[in-house]
Design a binder for this molecule. Structure first.
Ligand code: DGL
Length: 218
């Protein structure tokens, strides 16, 4: 689909899907480049959080929900704006739906492209960081890097709380980042992949507790 086809002359919406508000970090840049495209945003608040669920639960739940949403909204395209759902269920969703489906997966390739130390951190949910999909991205795009991973349910909760106006406590954000940087070799990480769509919503808070010069990609 060209940018023109996606952005104009098509009344069908783009359907964004996440477990919560994280997908808004994906909607924002799409809105900026396609301001007139109709958007439907669906958050599975009954299933939230995904990051502490099993692979089986996600693989069954996400295609079923999206099937119903596609029937209801007839979107031109579905964006799974969730790394957990994408790394576990993208293939199942594509097999089940008759519309194009775009996933959101950890930005290991862009991280490897800019890392100087060749040590990359992947900060995602507990479910995402253990996925073979992530092993595969690391093997294909960061074979000459050490890729350290940390799963954080607390950061997801803190991101959701920002919607209620709660500022993320710096010590708690710092403790979660330490889960990555405190691992053996973690002091050499120069690029962190925000491998959960909730985490860019904590971008300022993460940058404030990160060592000088550390870069974040999503
Ligand atoms: N926003 C989601 C992700 O990108 C998951 C958050 C959650 O529900 O645990 O992985």
């Amino acid at each position: 689909m060209t940018r023109e086809e996606a952005g104009t002359g098509d009344a069908r919406p783009i359907l964004f899907f996440d477990s919560g508000i994280g997908g808004l970090s994906v909607v924002a840049p799409v809105r900026a480049s396609l301001p007139s495209a109709p958007i439907v945003y669906a958050a599975d608040s009954a299933g939230f959080p995904y990051g502490t669920r099993s692979e089986g639960e996600i693989a069954a739940r996400v295609p079923a929900l999206l099937g119903r949403l596609v029937e209801r909204y007839r979107p031109r395209i579905v964006v799974i704006a969730c790394n957990t759902a994408s790394t576990i269920a993208l293939a199942h969703v594509r097999a089940a739906l008759d519309v194009p489906v775009v996933g959101t997966v950890p930005a290991i390739r862009p991280a490897a492209a800019i890392s100087v130390t060749r040590v990359i951190g992947v900060l995602g949910t507990e479910a995402t960081v253990r996925q073979p999909y992530v092993d595969d991205l690391a093997a294909r795009f960061a074979a000459d890097c050490t890729v350290l991973r940390h799963g954080s349910a607390a950061l997801v909760e803190m991101a959701e709380a920002t919607l209620a106006g709660e500022a993320p406590p710096p010590d708690r954000v710092g403790a979660e980042l330490h889960g990555l940087l405190g691992q053996p070799g973690g002091d050499r990480i120069d690029v962190v992949v925000n491998a959960c769509t909730h985490f860019p919503l904590l971008g300022d808070a993460l940058a404030a507790v990160a060592p000088a010069g550390m870069r974040f990609v999503d």
